[in-house]
Design a protein around this ligand. Structure first.
Ligand SMILES: NC(=O)c1ccc[n+]([C@@H]2O[C@H](COP(=O)([O-])OP(=O)(O)OC[C@H]3O[C@@H](n4cnc5c(N)ncnc54)[C@H](OP(=O)(O)O)[C@@H]3O)[C@@H](O)[C@H]2O)c1
Length: 333
């Protein structure tokens, strides 16, 4: 057995934006085909594997999916019993990618739950596998797709809105920016789910002295951009003309509420996944409203570059890839 075949990745939260992308990149063979011998994807709620569009081949690329694992447990003893019974070869897990996340409107409660999930997950694998080498924790900003819906997925809610807007208003229609005047000009960095997943995997394969205990920012590009540049590009994907904020600006949820009957009819006529679309557009969580934040928030990518991670994505490539995935998953009109 080669050193790579011995590598066993476990991804907690595999159905979320980051977890989905991590499993996808690992199965696609990033950074090299066969870099990991086994990939274990852990999910809370059960899901249909076909809906993930992961490139698995009847287990040939080492994927094993374990569903129904609730990480919000008080102690590691019960999780240890469950994972040792249900995860084949758990004793060989070498790399943890922690991407589970539970949102709450109550900040202290959100901290408590997420700390608890992280603690029990890492401590349980530490107990069960003497091969554990690396733990990766992801936080914060990202764009991408969660195939089963996500409260804070801006690509999903924006893509659904723009595709529906085109259906109602027609090709070439002007679509005012959905955020504020301040948000239109402030600078931010996009972080595509693929680039986040790639940095996580890349960093986890570096010598310990370069990455142990370190934090890294990652984004699509070291040059930040404003919504005045981004919005017209996003609208253009749908054949619309993206314009600045105006008195006619509406949020995606407001717009869909206004056209609720057409929304339901179109979903049914086209066989779209109405439940996921509904969740994506309505549940935009209080913390994910990137378009209404009123301060610059661009990221310094210096540490990732110093580590040797130089991958970049253009705004079009980053967002259009997310929109293509949504279309492929039957989540766009
Ligand atoms: N700093 C921040 O403000 C911030 C904000 C968002 C995310 N993050 C970090 O980013 C990472 C993932 O974010 P994301 O946007 O990819 O999240 P996401 O799309 O909401 O996905 C979260 C994942 O966690 C799973 N999960 C939730 N509760 C669970 C539980 N009790 N037991 C097991 N799994 C559970 C979900 O599965 P179910 O849907 O089946 O429950 C889902 O797969 C996390 O590491 C998180 O800490 C940080």
């Amino acid at each position: 057995m080669t050193e790579n075949q011995n590598k066993h990745a476990i991804v907690f939260g595999c159905t979320g934006i980051n977890g989905w992308a991590l499993v996808n990149q690992l199965l696609c063979g990033y950074p090299a085909i066969g870099a990991f011998g086994k990939v274990t994807a852990i999910s809370n709620r059960p899901f249909n594997l076909d809906d993930t569009k992961w490139p698995y081949e009847d287990g040939k690329n080492g994927l094993q999916v374990i569903s129904g694992i609730d990480l919000l447990v008080e102690d590691i003893v019960s999780l240890q019993a469950i994972l040792s019974e249900r995860v084949p070869s758990v004793e060989t897990v070498s790399h943890i990618y922690f991407a589970a996340y539970r949102e709450s409107q109550d900040d202290p409660e959100e901290c408590r739950m997420n700390k608890q999930m992280l603690d029990v997950s890492v401590q349980t694998i530490e107990k069960l596998s003497s091969c554990l080498q690396f733990v990766t924790l992801i936080t914060g900003t990202k764009i991408g797709v969660a195939p089963f819906g996500n409260a804070n997925c801006i690509a999903q809610s924006t893509g659904i809105f723009l595709s529906f807007y085109r259906e109602i208003e027609g090709p070439g229609a002007r679509v005012p920016f959905i955020g504020s005047e301040a948000g239109w000009t402030l600078l931010s960095t996009d972080s595509n789910q693929d680039i986040i997943a790639q940095l996580c995997i890349f960093a986890s394969l570096q010598p310990k002295d370069k990455v142990h205990g370190q934090t890294f920012n990652i984004g699509d590009n070291s040059v930040p951009l404003s919504w005045s540049t981004r919005w017209p590009l996003l609208a253009a994907y749908f054949g619309l003309e993206g314009t600045g904020p105006s008195k006619d600006s509406v949020t995606p949820a407001q717009y869909i509420d206004r056209h609720w009957t057409e929304f339901q009819t179109l979903c049914r006529e086209r066989g779209l996944r109405e439940d996921v679309i509904y969740r994506s557009i309505r549940n935009t969580g209080s913390k994910g409203k990137t378009t209404v934040m009123d301060f610059d928030r661009h990221l310094d990518l210096g540490r990732a570059r110093a580590l040797g991670f130089n991958k970049e994505l253009s705004t079009e490539d980053s967002w259009y890839m997310a929109f293509d995935r949504l279309r492929n998953a039957k989540l766009l009109f």
